[in-house]
Design a protein around this ligand. Structure first.
Ligand code: UDP
Length: 471
């Protein structure tokens, strides 16, 4: 007699940084642990890159269901930050999620939500399913989030914010004032309130999955495992299951990859700020000059700058001498045509980073980009922009030693000479120690995912609990 496979549902928020690892988790549950999986994706009408990703091949027993687009225009104002928008979108999608799961012929055994989706735990409880949250970032970020409600307002407001003292997270590295992300610095920010809520909801899960691995964050994972001792609200077990990254598509043909084929080994620095990161006009100009001054080959994924200062207009010269976009220095494309490639649209990042010609990555330190860099043994220049990226940058530079970062204050423009020097630091001989460290972490990440190793076993544990809950 054939036994029925257990069915698990996953919920992904619209950002690519969440959708990509949730998709990889779904694939693993199907291919390694014998599940049928359905991923519900919260969509907006403008999810262009989503549709590109969802065209990629998936296993037969994995289904992707796009929930009806949510319209939050009436609930936000022009200054509402992107993270708050994501949290609101997830909330608005709950009725369609509930309806979709209720309509399934066989009740799934579990619901795994990404970090913005913990309000869906109520649906899992109502429908008698196990509930998990998948942190698509670091264990350090998780530790901060679940500890945030316990941090006295006085500490956040007076000692941390006013006196710039570090945030102390029990058992973990303390968080320097300059590396704290904005909602934590601003208690009037709506996202701060959302984080506090998430910090209360996460420990009520049947388990917390994290896209990290034991050898990458041993100290923080140890502290999280000791949550009883730390007095955290509940004992939700923490499962490091990473590094889950989107693999490069073999044989993908593209202009960028053809260009990379012609470059010497490890000679190209890849520059990208993720799916939505932008710089000011002034910063974009400095970066362009920094790249030129470094005399290194480069691929730069550029998005038009945000017009955040009146001075921006000065950098727009209008009439150009070649096809260089008006937010780059005049004739930039002509001057760099032999050594550089500027991409104005979505880049095949997984394939670029795994190409042997790439020797360094100037990145905004989104967690997926970070893992993709480490998984290819590529050292980094950390250039964090928002969310928890400054924490990631601190970890990459000071803790695991695979990156350099600017000494400039987060609100300052990083000058061209410093950019030149950081690029040389990574691309020239002196970058060898960081490259060796990235190589070592690449191997340790690969090992963690092997059958019987730490991350594989963590996910097996979750899978077994799901199966047991059916009995
Ligand atoms: N990405 C890509 N092409 C691009 C920009 C981004 O393939 O032009 C992918 C990248 O490989 C990564 C994800 O989008 O997997 C971005 O996630 P990350 O967590 O790094 O940053 P976010 O976009 O969430 O800020």
């Amino acid at each position: 007699m054939q036994t029925m496979k257990p069915h698990v549902t996953l919920l992904a928020s619209p950002g690519m940084g969440h959708l990509i690892p949730v998709l990889e988790l779904g694939k693993r549950l199907v291919s390694d642990h014998g599940f049928i999986a359905t991923i519900f994706v919260v969509t907006t009408n403008t999810s262009l890159s989503q549709s590109q990703l969802l065209k990629s091949p998936i296993p037969q027993l994995l289904e992707i269901v796009l929930l009806p687009p949510v319209d939050i225009s009436a609930l936000i104002n022009p200054s509402t930050g992107i993270l708050t928008q994501l949290a609101i979108m997830m909330r608005q999608a709950l009725p369609s999620l509930r309806q979709a799961i209720s309509a399934m012929r066989f009740r799934p055994t579990a619901l795994i939500v990404d970090l913005f989706g913990t309000e869906a735990f109520a649906i899992a409880e109502e429908l008698n399913m196990l509930k998990y949250v998948f942190i698509t970032s670091t264990a350090w970020f998780l530790a901060l989030t679940i500890h945030l409600p316990a941090l006295d307002a006085k500490v956040v407001e007076e000692e941390h914010v006013k006196n710039h003292e570090p945030l102390l997270i029990p058992g973990c590295s303390s968080l320097r004032f300059d590396d704290t992300f904005e909602p934590v610095l601003d208690r009037n920010n709506q996202m701060y309130v959302e984080y506090i809520r998430m910090g209360i909801e996460m420990p009520t899960a049947d388990g917390i999955l994290v896209n990290t691995w034991q050898d990458l964050e041993p100290k923080t994972l140890g502290a999280l495992g000791d949550n009883m001792k730390l007095g955290w609200v509940t004992q939700a077990p923490v499962y490091p299951i990473g590094p889950l990254i989107r693999p490069a598509e073999p044989g993908l043909s593209s202009e960028v990859l053809a260009w990379l084929d012609m470059q010497p080994q490890q000679s190209v620095v890849y520059v990208s700020f993720g799916s939505g990161g932008t710089l000011s006009a002034k910063q974009t100009t400095e970066l362009a000059w920094g790249l030129e001054l470094s005399e290194q080959r480069f691929i730069w994924v550029v998005r038009p700058p945000v017009e955040d200062d009146a001075a921006a207009a000065v950098f727009k010269t209008g009439k150009r001498s070649d096809d260089t976009p008006d937010f780059l220095p005049d004739c930039f494309l002509t001057r760099t045509q032999k050594t550089g490639l500027v991409i104005l649209k979505w880049a095949p990042q997984a394939e670029i980073l795994s190409h042997p010609s790439v020797g360094g990555f100037l990145s905004h330190c989104g967690w997926n980009s970070t893992l993709e860099s480490i998984a290819n043994g590529v050292p980094m220049i950390a250039w964090p922009l928002y969310a928890e990226q400054r924490m990631n940058a601190a970890m990459l530079t000071e803790d695991i030693g695979v990156a350099v970062r600017s000494t400039a204050n987060p609100s300052e423009v990083v000058g061209r000479e410093e950019i030149e020097s950081m690029i040389r630091e990574i691309m020239e001989k002196k970058g060898n120690a960081r490259r060796a460290r990235a190589e070592a972490l690449k191997l340790s990440g690969e090992n963690a995912l092997r059958k019987g190793a730490s991350s594989y076993n963590s996910l097996s544990h979750v899978a077994n609990d799901c199966v047991m809950s059916l009995k």
